[in-house]
Design a protein around this ligand. Sequence first.
Ligand code: CP
Ligand code: NVA
Length: 302
Amino acid sequence: MTARHFLTGAELSSAELGGLLDRALELKRAPLSSRALEGRSVALIFEKPSTRTRLSFEVGIDELGGHPVVLRSEELQLSRGEALRDTAIVLSRHVAAIGVRTGPDETLEQLAEHSSVPVINMLTARHHPCQALADLLTLREAYGSLEGLRIAYVGDGNNVARSLATLGTLAGMHVAVASPDGYSLEDGISLPAGASGLVTLHSDPREAVRDARAIYTDVWVSMGDEAAAKERRAALASYRVDDALLDGGAPGAFAMHDLPAHAGEEISAEVLYGERQRIWDQAENRRHAQKALLELLVSGPA
Ligand code: CP
Ligand code: NVA
């Protein structure tokens, strides 16, 4: 049997996504109730820094009875030119799943092609689907059903925006994305099979946030974009999420951010540390959502 991978999130059906979020809510209520990874190990390859992803995967795997094996890429033979193919074959002989954080999506795809165990995208330049699972879980906790829910993403049309659009539309949501010229989610409208939601692209943040129940933002300078940091900050300066922008959303709209944040840049400190946000819940929900994902990929539906 070929392994089920989770590379962009579009691998899930909308019914599987709904089931995964239900399961994540159960696991959040009873974190030690599943032994889905009892006696098994999961490799976590990091080619880039991480706080939340590493923490939530390591602790989550441990809570499922498994053993996380963190592999920094500079410590692997990969850094001395060993083939991705060979690395994938060897890892598959030892572990139940492989998480990968890297730059090029092609690196992830090659590992997945040659791995006989599930490969999970822990962030690439184009996608961050594990983050989107936690985001949808946070929205479910706040609003119940996701079907027809409108949210806005304001800022750089990056990996986080793309995954929010991919998984959000699979859940039936309307994701309105506002970005300046040159930073838009150019292919945000290529929706996954079975998606019943909608992505709209805007340049005016106030237009995108109208009727939005949550207003999401991410850093203006992602990992790998540092060389153009100055231009990016200038282009995105009027896309900050602050109280005034939240006032333009639906009543009770709250801010979301995947973190790390730059207070005073893409989000005001008042919003980041205030009451009109669910950002710290999102960070916690990474663990619950990823545990449900691991259960699904490694053991099949609960
Ligand atoms: N949101 C997120 O993926 O955070 P880290 O980069 O700290 O893992
Ligand atoms: N867009 C950010 C997300 C970090 C979690 C980056 O890729 O650096």
